[in-house]
Ligand binder design. Structure first.
Ligand code: SAM
Length: 316
C-alpha cells in the first residue's frame, strides 16, 4: 500500500513570523513588495505555504529546496494553487549559494530551515526508524550512493566508535562498534532489526530507546553529511541575504543547535535576534511530540555600520 506523505510543521508561526520580520504578534500585517525567500527544507510544504499565504503578494517568491524527491513530488501536488510563486529544487541546501544564483537571483530576503527528518521519512523511508525492520538505507537523497549499511560494514571499529560517540554521544560506543565488527565476521549487516538486536544485548532496557535514537541519529548524520551541510548553509545564507534579511533555523538536537548558535554568533554580518532559542508551547507539544526538542534561533543581516558597532560591543 502506498504510504501517504504526512508532516505536521513545528514552530510554524514563530519561525515564519521572524522570517517575514513581522514578529509573532502581527503575522498578518502587510509585507508586500517583491521578495524572495528560501525554504531550505520543503518537506511537506508547511513553511513554504505559510510564507506565501502570509505575504499574499504576487511578487513574493519561494525557492523551495529538498533533497528528498518524495517531499518535492508531494509538495508540488499540495501547493499546486501557489505553484506560480514557487521554484521547486531537488537539491542539497549546502549548495544554497549556487542554487540561488542558478535560479537567477543575486540575493534573497530570508532563509528558513527546519532541520532533520519529516515524519514521512521517519515512518516510511527505509532505515530511519529503529521501530521498523527495513534495509539499513537512511539516504535522504536516493541518488546518493553511500548507505548506512555501507558505513556499518566498511568502517573500521575505531571509525564506528568515533562516529557513535561524536554524533550520537552514545554510551558504550566502543563496545557497540566491537559487537558490530564481530557480527560482520559471519554476515553483512543488512537490516535495522539486526542493528537493534546488537544494541539490545549491551544496553539495559531503561536506556534502550534513547540509545537506539542516538545510534540511528549518528548514522543518519554521517550518511547525509548533515553537519557539514548545515555549516555551509549557515555561512552561505549570511552572504546571500539582503540587508535586514533573516535566517531562521529550527533544530532538534544539541549538536545542530550548537552549530546554529555558534554560526550566528561568529558571523560579523549577523545580529542574533533570539537571545535564547524559541521553544514550542506546551499546547504544541501536546499535539505534536516532535515539537518537544525543537529550538528556533534567528539572526538578521545587518549593515556595514551596524557590523562595526557589533564588533565594538563584542569587545566590551
Ligand atoms: C523537518 S522536515 C521539514 C518540514 C517542513 N518545514 C514542513 O513544514 O513540512 C526536514 C526536511 O529537510 C530535508 N533536508 C534535510 N537535509 C537537507 C539538505 N541538506 N538539503 C535539502 N533538504 C534537506 C529533509 O529531506 C526533510 O524533508
Amino acid at each position: 500500500m502506498e504510504e501517504v506523505f504526512y508532516h505536521e510543521p513545528v514552530l510554524l508561526n514563530e519561525s515564519i513570523g521572524y522570517l517575514l520580520g513581522t514578529g509573532q504578534k502581527d503575522l498578518n500585517s502587510n509585507t508586500s513588495s517583491k521578495r524572495v525567500y528560501v525554504d531550505c527544507t520543503l518537506g511537506g510544504g508547511g513553511y513554504t505555504k505559510k510564507i506565501l499565504t502570509e505575504t499574499g503578494s504576487e511578487g513574493t517568491l519561494v525557492l523551495a529546496i529538498d533533497r528528498d524527491v518524495f517531499a518535492i513530488e508531494h509538495s508540488k501536488k499540495v501547493l499546486s494553487d501557489l505553484a506560480d510563486r514557487i521554484i521547486f529544487i531537488q537539491g542539497n541546501f549546502g549548495d544554497i549559494a549556487e542554487i540561488i544564483l542558478n535560479a537567477g537571483f543575486n540575493k534573497v530576503d530570508g532563509v528558513v530551515m527546519d532541520l532533520g527528518l519529516s515524519t514521512y521519512q521517519l515512518n516510511s523511508e527505509e532505515g530511519f526508524s529503529y521501530q521498523k525492520d527495513t534495509a539499513l538505507d537512511m539516504r535522504a537523497d536516493k541518488n546518493q550512493r553511500l548507505t548506512a549499511a555501507d558505513i556499518l560494514n566498511n568502517y573500521s571499529k575505531e571509525e564506528l566508535s568515533n562516529l557513535f560517540f561524536k554524533y550520537g554521544e552514545l554510551r558504550y560506543s566502543r563496545q557497540i562498534a566491537l559487537d558490530i565488527s564481530e557480527f560482520r565476521k559471519t554476515k553483512k549487516l543488512e537490516t535495522t532489526f539486526e542493528l537493534v538486536d546488537i544494541l539490545k544485548k549491551k544496553v539495559p532496557p531503561r536506556f534502550l530507546n534513547s540509545d537506539l535514537s542516538r545510534l540511528f541519529q549518528a548514522l543518519r548524520i554521517e550518511v547525509n553529511n548533515e553537519m557539514e551541510n548545515l555549516e555551509r548553509v549557515l555561512k552561505d545564507s549570511a552572504e546571500m541575504l539582503n540587508e535586514n534579511g533573516k535566517i531562521a533555523a529550527v533544530s532538534y538536537h544539541s549538536l545542530e543547535d550548537r552549530i546554529v548558535k555558534q554560526a550566528f554568533r561568529n558571523t560579523a554580518s549577523l545580529k542574533v535576534l533570539t537571545k535564547k532559542p524559541v521553544e514550542a508551547t506546551e499546547e504544541e507539544i501536546k499535539n505534536n511530540v516532535r515539537a518537544r526538542s525543537a529550538k528556533l534561533r534567528v539572526a538578521e543581516k545587518v549593515t556595514e555600520i551596524s557590523i562595526n558597532k557589533n564588533k565594538y560591543r563584542r569587545g566590551n
